[in-house]
Design a binder for this molecule. Structure first.
Ligand code: PNS
Length: 159
Protein backbone atom coordinates (compact mmCIF):
# COMPACT_ATOMS: atom_id res chain seq x y z
CA UNK A 1 0.00 0.00 0.00
CA UNK A 2 1.30 3.44 -0.91
CA UNK A 3 1.88 6.36 1.40
CA UNK A 4 -0.40 9.39 1.32
CA UNK A 5 1.21 12.54 2.67
CA UNK A 6 -1.13 14.87 4.53
CA UNK A 7 -0.54 18.59 3.90
CA UNK A 8 -2.78 20.41 6.40
CA UNK A 9 -3.45 24.10 6.78
CA UNK A 10 -5.93 26.92 6.87
CA UNK A 11 -5.14 27.98 3.29
CA UNK A 12 -6.89 31.34 3.63
CA UNK A 13 -6.03 31.60 0.76
CA UNK A 14 -3.60 29.12 -0.79
CA UNK A 15 -0.33 30.78 -1.87
CA UNK A 16 2.42 29.77 -4.27
CA UNK A 17 4.44 28.81 -1.20
CA UNK A 18 1.82 26.24 -0.18
CA UNK A 19 1.67 24.96 -3.77
CA UNK A 20 5.44 24.57 -3.86
CA UNK A 21 5.31 22.27 -0.82
CA UNK A 22 2.27 20.35 -2.09
CA UNK A 23 3.87 19.83 -5.51
CA UNK A 24 7.16 18.66 -4.04
CA UNK A 25 5.34 16.33 -1.62
CA UNK A 26 3.45 14.91 -4.61
CA UNK A 27 6.82 14.03 -6.11
CA UNK A 28 7.95 12.22 -2.96
CA UNK A 29 4.82 10.25 -2.04
CA UNK A 30 2.32 8.04 -3.83
CA UNK A 31 -0.44 10.51 -3.08
CA UNK A 32 -1.08 13.77 -1.23
CA UNK A 33 -4.18 14.76 0.69
CA UNK A 34 -4.44 18.51 1.27
CA UNK A 35 -6.47 18.97 4.47
CA UNK A 36 -8.21 22.31 4.86
CA UNK A 37 -9.07 23.18 8.45
CA UNK A 38 -12.57 24.49 8.95
CA UNK A 39 -11.93 26.63 11.98
CA UNK A 40 -14.69 29.15 12.62
CA UNK A 41 -12.77 30.63 15.58
CA UNK A 42 -10.07 31.85 13.16
CA UNK A 43 -12.65 33.90 11.22
CA UNK A 44 -11.12 33.21 7.82
CA UNK A 45 -11.62 35.58 4.89
CA UNK A 46 -12.75 32.71 2.65
CA UNK A 47 -15.27 30.03 3.60
CA UNK A 48 -14.01 26.46 3.76
CA UNK A 49 -15.94 25.76 0.53
CA UNK A 50 -14.16 28.63 -1.21
CA UNK A 51 -10.74 27.58 0.14
CA UNK A 52 -11.24 23.98 -1.00
CA UNK A 53 -12.43 25.12 -4.45
CA UNK A 54 -9.43 27.44 -4.90
CA UNK A 55 -7.07 24.63 -3.90
CA UNK A 56 -8.77 22.11 -6.19
CA UNK A 57 -8.29 24.46 -9.14
CA UNK A 58 -4.67 25.11 -8.15
CA UNK A 59 -3.71 21.41 -7.93
CA UNK A 60 -5.80 20.32 -10.92
CA UNK A 61 -2.70 19.33 -12.90
CA UNK A 62 -1.35 17.07 -10.12
CA UNK A 63 -3.03 13.69 -10.60
CA UNK A 64 -2.02 12.25 -7.22
CA UNK A 65 -3.25 15.20 -5.13
CA UNK A 66 -6.73 15.56 -3.68
CA UNK A 67 -8.25 18.15 -1.39
CA UNK A 68 -10.50 17.65 1.62
CA UNK A 69 -11.76 19.59 4.61
CA UNK A 70 -11.72 18.68 8.28
CA UNK A 71 -12.82 19.91 11.70
CA UNK A 72 -11.28 19.10 15.03
CA UNK A 73 -8.11 17.16 15.53
CA UNK A 74 -5.74 16.64 12.62
CA UNK A 75 -4.68 13.21 13.89
CA UNK A 76 -8.31 12.05 13.82
CA UNK A 77 -8.60 13.21 10.21
CA UNK A 78 -5.32 11.48 9.33
CA UNK A 79 -6.61 8.19 10.81
CA UNK A 80 -10.01 8.46 9.10
CA UNK A 81 -8.35 9.08 5.73
CA UNK A 82 -5.51 6.59 6.19
CA UNK A 83 -3.09 9.44 5.51
CA UNK A 84 0.36 10.18 6.89
CA UNK A 85 2.98 11.35 7.43
CA UNK A 86 2.01 15.00 7.84
CA UNK A 87 4.19 17.17 5.59
CA UNK A 88 4.71 20.81 6.56
CA UNK A 89 6.81 23.55 5.01
CA UNK A 90 9.28 25.46 7.16
CA UNK A 91 10.12 29.01 6.14
CA UNK A 92 12.42 30.02 8.99
CA UNK A 93 13.31 29.22 12.60
CA UNK A 94 10.29 31.25 13.70
CA UNK A 95 8.05 28.63 12.05
CA UNK A 96 10.01 25.84 13.69
CA UNK A 97 9.13 26.84 17.26
CA UNK A 98 5.39 26.25 16.85
CA UNK A 99 5.69 23.51 14.23
CA UNK A 100 7.84 21.30 16.47
CA UNK A 101 5.26 21.63 19.24
CA UNK A 102 2.46 20.61 16.91
CA UNK A 103 4.50 17.74 15.49
CA UNK A 104 5.28 16.41 18.95
CA UNK A 105 1.66 16.79 20.07
CA UNK A 106 0.38 15.01 16.96
CA UNK A 107 2.84 12.19 17.59
CA UNK A 108 1.74 11.90 21.19
CA UNK A 109 -1.97 12.03 20.31
CA UNK A 110 -1.97 9.57 17.45
CA UNK A 111 1.52 8.35 16.67
CA UNK A 112 1.35 10.36 13.44
CA UNK A 113 4.75 11.40 12.10
CA UNK A 114 5.52 14.87 10.73
CA UNK A 115 8.15 15.57 8.09
CA UNK A 116 9.37 19.12 7.52
CA UNK A 117 10.22 20.35 4.04
CA UNK A 118 12.25 23.53 3.67
CA UNK A 119 10.33 26.22 1.81
CA UNK A 120 11.95 27.27 -1.45
CA UNK A 121 13.90 30.50 -0.81
CA UNK A 122 11.78 32.33 -3.37
CA UNK A 123 8.72 31.87 -1.15
CA UNK A 124 10.31 32.20 2.29
CA UNK A 125 8.74 35.64 2.88
CA UNK A 126 5.29 34.59 1.77
CA UNK A 127 2.25 33.95 3.96
CA UNK A 128 -1.51 34.01 3.50
CA UNK A 129 -1.74 36.77 6.12
CA UNK A 130 0.67 39.03 4.23
CA UNK A 131 -1.05 38.34 0.93
CA UNK A 132 -4.39 39.36 2.46
CA UNK A 133 -2.89 42.50 3.97
CA UNK A 134 -1.32 43.56 0.67
CA UNK A 135 -4.56 42.85 -1.22
CA UNK A 136 -6.65 44.67 1.40
CA UNK A 137 -4.65 47.85 0.83
CA UNK A 138 -4.74 47.54 -2.94
CA UNK A 139 -1.24 46.14 -3.41
CA UNK A 140 -0.36 43.74 -6.23
CA UNK A 141 -0.29 40.05 -5.35
CA UNK A 142 0.30 38.78 -8.87
CA UNK A 143 2.93 36.03 -8.86
CA UNK A 144 2.39 35.30 -5.17
CA UNK A 145 -0.85 33.35 -5.59
CA UNK A 146 -2.44 31.61 -8.59
CA UNK A 147 -4.36 33.97 -10.85
CA UNK A 148 -7.78 32.64 -9.86
CA UNK A 149 -6.90 33.27 -6.20
CA UNK A 150 -5.75 36.82 -7.03
CA UNK A 151 -9.11 37.43 -8.72
CA UNK A 152 -11.01 36.00 -5.74
CA UNK A 153 -9.02 38.27 -3.41
CA UNK A 154 -9.78 41.36 -5.48
CA UNK A 155 -13.49 40.44 -5.54
CA UNK A 156 -13.57 39.75 -1.80
CA UNK A 157 -11.84 43.01 -0.97
CA UNK A 158 -14.34 44.82 -3.17
CA UNK A 159 -11.53 46.52 -5.06
O1 PNS B 1 -2.07 26.97 7.93
P1 PNS B 1 -1.99 26.88 9.42
O2 PNS B 1 -3.04 27.76 10.06
O3 PNS B 1 -0.61 27.15 9.94
O4 PNS B 1 -2.34 25.35 9.78
C1 PNS B 1 -2.40 24.95 11.12
C2 PNS B 1 -3.06 23.56 11.24
C3 PNS B 1 -4.41 23.55 10.51
C4 PNS B 1 -2.16 22.53 10.60
C5 PNS B 1 -3.24 23.27 12.74
O5 PNS B 1 -3.87 24.37 13.35
C6 PNS B 1 -4.07 22.03 13.02
O6 PNS B 1 -3.64 20.94 12.76
N1 PNS B 1 -5.29 22.21 13.57
C7 PNS B 1 -6.20 21.15 13.86
C8 PNS B 1 -6.44 21.01 15.35
C9 PNS B 1 -5.43 20.11 16.00
O7 PNS B 1 -5.26 18.98 15.61
N2 PNS B 1 -4.73 20.63 17.01
C10 PNS B 1 -3.72 19.92 17.74
C11 PNS B 1 -2.45 19.79 16.92
S1 PNS B 1 -1.11 20.27 17.85
Amino acid sequence: MGLTALCPGTFDPVTNGHLDIIGRAAGCFDAVLVGVLENPSKQPLFSVKERVAMLEEAVGDLSNVRVGAFRGLLVKYAKEEGAGPIVKGLRAVTDYEFEIQMAQMNHRLGGVETLFMPTSPRWSFLSSSLVKEVARFGGEVEGLVPDHVRKALVEKMGA
